[in-house]
Design a protein around this ligand. Sequence first.
Ligand code: DAH
Length: 350
Amino acid sequence: MQTELEGTEEQVDEREALLEDARARIEDAGDADAVKAVERDFVGKKGSVSALMAKIPSLPPEERRDFGQGVNELKRAIQDAAQAKLDALAKARLAQDRSASDFDPTLPPPAQARGSLHPITQVTRELEDLFESMGYEVLDGPEVELDFYNFEALNIPSDHPARDSQDTFFCDDAGHLVMRTHTSPVQIRAMERLEPPFRVVVPGKCFRQETTDATHDHTFHQMEGLVVGKDISVAHLIGAMKTLLEGIFERELDVRMRPGFFPFVEPGFELDARCPFCRDGCSVCKQTTWIELLPCGLVHPNVLRAGGLDPDEWSGFAFGLGLSRLVMLREQIDDIRHMLSGHLRFLEQF
Ligand code: DAH
């Protein structure tokens, strides 16, 4: 590379000599550090190019401009030479790495680490698909709920002992606003909004003022189901529950029903399924071979009335699936408090 150097002949000679020297030493440098050291020797603060710059004030004024320009060009030429050498060294290094025996340029790049859906979200989505395939609509409801929907309209008046089992977070002094203790209040909201006949499921968070332990948390998930139509019977209820459970566990299951009391259904049942994990008893079914899964029943006439429906004309069944419980069962999770802990070591397993 030839550079136009300006100034008197003597000055030009001096700079050409410097440039030649710099280029030769850069050429000889064996690695990036050596190149940078040479560059420093010339254009660094104490380098020979800086020494030339320092001469400017002592020159006759008419020479200063040309001289300064010449030194700047020299500086740039040395820097360019150094950069070209650094590029060449990097290229050579890459070529050497590539020819090393274990380098395979056809391999895909390492995969990006990605998160995954929470197991509750996964099961909720699966169930929504299952229910939608059976003609159900998926509804949502408020997590902060009026006392009326959470209790009153569900046939749980304020003096009813059933309120004791649902230790409630109240949101106002008068007790009209509560963190919903179950997804059942959306039953009433659905009756108010939809023309029967209809089928709905309502997945969502519920809250109770619990002393937490391995099976109780203050926040947990349920999926409510409600079917309203003409002449709905316990036979419809059993059929639907069987399809639901077989969809969840992906196999045929024996179910049994025991009477259960919930103020918003009559008759009310506890539905148990034969343990999908064993034949003779295991820790999941507490050695009974049955798993308590699904409280359900026929909708109480008072509840239909509270939702604005005539119980002589309409009937229905309802169920309250414990989603958190179901996920724990399916994934063999031994402590409900893991679910909302947010710990990556827990979440990364799904
Ligand atoms: N809401 C009840 C609870 O959380 C569960 C339940 C029981 C829901 C029976 C229902 C039902 O729809 O029919 O304790």
